[in-house]
Design a protein around this ligand. Structure first.
Ligand code: F6R
Length: 366
């Protein structure tokens, strides 16, 4: 049932090209310039009239929400706030009737997310679910929704759920952008076409497996690890760190790269591996100077670069090359080598990859 893979996690990492395609199939019509999602069309006015979108989720799903925040604000110009469901539900939040709440959950059973949904409904908000498990509590409790088509995710560490959540949220943001006219026609079409190409680029990103494994062998005994990214890839840094800590038990932290100098830079020495997502995209020069700052303090740089990159390559101790895409879609690619890196480190440390200690696949108690 692991399909020839040693662990479910690895199988699920490798399923991503197929399940991203499954998730946009029937919804993304790049040639016609159309996005068709019943849950959105039926409630389009609610989204268009929304003063803001509130995203509630936990863990990896919360990271997908953070990526979506950048995408929604850029594409559809709707203000977005992303909340940990557990904090949201207990702080007497301001929820208005004109708020649209998007709840993201792989399992559809997370207790805090479910409670946040109930609270939002009590305040009259429209609640939209992005779930993977059909018929789950969250999918039933929300007013409408769109499923991810990731298939069963068995590994406790979420991988394919994350990338399919981003896929669904990107489709929604694009549909709203089209309805609102917040993207130019040519940009809109370019995004549709790029999204259609993502599965084959994810397939290419999976070819970094050997490189990730070789890097894993060097750093498997590191006590700490830092992950840095900017913009769309800041949440990917958080997700990379979460993947490493949960399955390998190495202490890892993700930060926006520019926050480095506000504290974490004190941690840098020759023992500290720093994974930097350094794509050739907006603010590239900023990330290059962040890398220089780490190098001058003898930190070890593992950089996830765009293919053909030379500038970061000259500075980094290790590079992992992935294909180029538009900035907004890059998290779907940059995530892949980070999943593989965590996986190999955990295997080399003889950890229980699919069922890490103290963790459950769905957190049905708060
Ligand atoms: C991380 C992980 C958890 C879940 C979180 C939310 O790999 O699996 O952080 O993402 O418990 O779960 P769902 O998405 O089922 O609500």
């Amino acid at each position: 049932e692991k399909g020839g893979y040693d662990h479910f996690m690895l199988k699920e990492i490798y399923e991503q090209p197929a399940v991203i395609k499954d998730t946009y199939r029937g919804r993304l019509h790049a040639n016609e310039g159309l996005i068709k999602m019943a849950g959105i069309e039926d409630n389009l006015q609610k989204f268009l009239n929304a003063d803001r979108i509130l995203i509630v989720a936990c863990g990896t799903s919360w990271h997908a929400g953070l990526v979506a925040e950048y995408i929604f604000e850029e594409f559809s110009r709707i203000p977005v706030e992303v909340e940990y469901a557990s904090e949201f539900r207990y702080r007497n939040p301001i929820i208005r009737e004109n708020d649209v709440v998007i709840a993201i959950s792989q399992s559809g059973e997370t207790a805090d997310t479910l409670a946040a949904i109930k609270l939002a409904k009590e305040h009259g908000a429209f609640v939209f679910g992005v779930c993977n498990v059909v018929g789950s509590s969250i999918s039933r409790e929300t007013h409408a929704g769109a499923y991810t088509h990731a298939g069963p995710e068995i590994g406790v560490a979420s991988t394919k759920a994350f990338t399919t959540q981003i896929t669904v949220l990107t489709l929604i943001a694009l549909r709203l952008a089209q309805a609102k006219g917040t993207l130019t026609n040519s940009d809109f079409h370019r995004y549709l076409q790029e999204l259609e190409l993502i599965p084959e680029k994810v397939q290419q990103a999976l070819e970094t497996n050997d490189t990730a494994k070789a890097i894993a062998a060097i750093y498997k005994d590191a006590p700490n690890c830092l992950y840095l990214g900017r913009g769309y890839n800041f949440p990917v840094a958080l997700e990379g760190a979460l993947k490493l800590k949960e399955i390998s038990y190495i202490h890892a932290e993700g930060y926006p790269a520019a926050e480095m100098k506000h504290g974490p830079i004190a941690l840098i020495d020759e023992q500290m591996p720093v994974v930097v997502i350094a794509q050739k995209q907006e603010h590239y020069d900023k990330i290059v100077s962040n890398i220089q700052e780490i190098k001058s303090r003898s930190g070890k740089i593992i950089a996830v670069v765009t293919e053909g990159d030379t500038q970061v390559r000259a500075l980094a101790d290790h590079v992992i090359e992935i294909p180029r895409t538009v900035d907004a879609l890059s998290p779907l690619l940059t995530t892949i080598p980070l999943q593989l890196l965590s996986y190999h480190i955990a295997v080399m440390r003889e950890c229980n990859v699919d069922q890490p200690r103290n963790l459950a696949k769905s957190v049905t108690v708060e």
